[in-house]
Design a protein around this ligand. Structure first.
Ligand code: NAD
Length: 371
């Protein structure tokens, strides 16, 4: 069995604690002979700055480029607030995204039945919710030039950001969305603002053409991004895969995340282009949450977002979608048993810490696999 190359980047704060739980699951998978791994580990974020004066070293970047999947914890913390801008902890993550060209950000919003009451919406609207937002991550208004604030002769200032997309950028993200839909419920909703933005018009045209050119088996709808935001809180279960640009994706994925309760539950994946020779994509998997300095080092962090990120890696990088489903089911059943970390705890439930929660998921995973 060829070994899968993994790079573990725990980072700072609770990143270190939640990644420790993933390490236990990886060891179990390997010990069971299901997969074999070549695991590398390195520093990123504040930890890398303290050791090397940069947010990620060139050597760690080399390991990242060679990896089949990167599992990333979180970076940042108040102790690095004063460090120079280009070596601040977040610069490590941005360098990874940029140099690996991770243009597709996948954020699932899954509502586990046991947590439906923690949602801001009514139980019947979110119970069983399972959608994915595919956000374009490396283009659009966050990167377009010019991007500046200039002084005007009348003493006022003028700020410009540029929303810019080229055909290839829209085509490749649309393909990711269609391919993802094929292994889910086969529906894609594309969101833009073609009524007021030229980039929205091109987005709509390219998504439509990409659909026609090879994905007509997938059902495609177009929706204006503002209308989609409204539908997301009115009737979220109508969606399967939503594909949208960097700006709208940033906002809509945060809205979607609140449908499901806590930050500690939300995984994500960032994918690059498919290598035509190997069929593999560069990929980084990380929880949506940050390093949570307020609870770091106390063993209180919820490891589920990190474990669910591993499930995404099993599905999209390691060729084990069935195993990923078993891991997701283990999470769901542990929650149904009433185990809760502090962030998702409610009256009557059993409060546990990081390693107890990780251990319970691992135990359930083992039981489900041997059943
Ligand atoms: P955060 O996500 O770290 O924390 C927000 C709140 O949610 C905190 O109260 C925290 O205790 C709680 N929380 C988050 N994850 C949790 C978990 N797994 N279990 C239980 N509770 C959890 O966001 P923040 O406080 O705005 O940022 C803290 C630091 O993290 C900052 O330095 C920020 O820049 C950084 N950050 C990093 C990333 C990343 O690495 N991708 C993302 C966001 C923020």
């Amino acid at each position: 069995m060829a070994a899968h190359k993994l790079l573990l980047l725990p980072g700072d704060g609770i990143g270190v604690e939640v990644l420790a739980e993933v390490r236990r699951i990886l060891a179990f998978i390997e010990q069971k002979g299901i997969l074999s791994f070549e695991i590398e580990e390195d520093l990123v974020g504040g930890a890398a700055y303290d050791a090397h004066g940069v947010a990620i070293t060139d050597a760690a970047m080399q390991k990242a480029k060679a990896a089949d999947a990167i599992l990333f914890g979180a970076v940042g913390g108040p102790q690095w607030d004063g460090v120079p801008y280009d070596v601040r902890p977040e610069a490590g993550l941005l360098r990874l995204r940029k140099e690996l060209e991770l243009f597709a950000n996948l954020r699932p919003a899954i509502c586990y039945p046991a947590l439906a009451d923690a949602s801001a919406l009514k139980r019947e609207l979110v119970d069983g919710l399972d959608i994915v937002i595919v956000r374009e991550l490396t283009g659009g208004v966050y990167f377009g030039e010019p991007k500046e604030i200039t002084d005007l002769p009348n003493g006022q200032k003028r700020a410009v950001d540029t929303q810019v997309y080229e055909t290839y950028e829209i085509e490749r993200i649309a393909k990711v969305a269609f391919e993802l839909a094929r292994v889910r419920s086969n529906r894609v909703t594309s969101a833009e603002k073609r009524n007021v933005m030229k980039s929205g018009l091109l987005w709509n045209q390219v998504v439509t053409a990409t659909h026609k050119a090879g994905y007509e088996d997938v059902k495609l709808d177009h929706m204006l991004a503002d209308a989609l935001g409204m539908q997301l809180v009115r009737a979220p279960k109508q969606f399967d895969v939503i594909v949208t640009d960097n700006l709208f994706g940033d906002i809509l994925s945060d809205v979607a995340s609140m449908l499901t309760g806590s930050l500690g539950m939300l995984p994500s994946a960032s994918l690059g282009a498919e290598d035509p020779a190997t069929g593999k994509r560069k990929a980084l998997y990380e929880p949506v949450h940050g390093s949570a300095p307020d609870i770091a080092g106390k063993g209180l962090a919820n490891p589920i977002a990190m474990i669910a990120s591993l499930a995404m890696a099993l599905k999209y990088s390691l060729g084990k979608p069935e195993l990923a489903n078993v891991l997701d089911r283990a999470i769901s059943e542990v929650l149904a048993d009433g185990l809760r970390t502090g962030d998702i705890w409610t009256e009557g439930m059993t409060k546990v810490g990081t390693s107890e929660m990780g251990g319970a998921v691992l135990k359930k995973f083992e039981t489900l696999l041997s059943a």
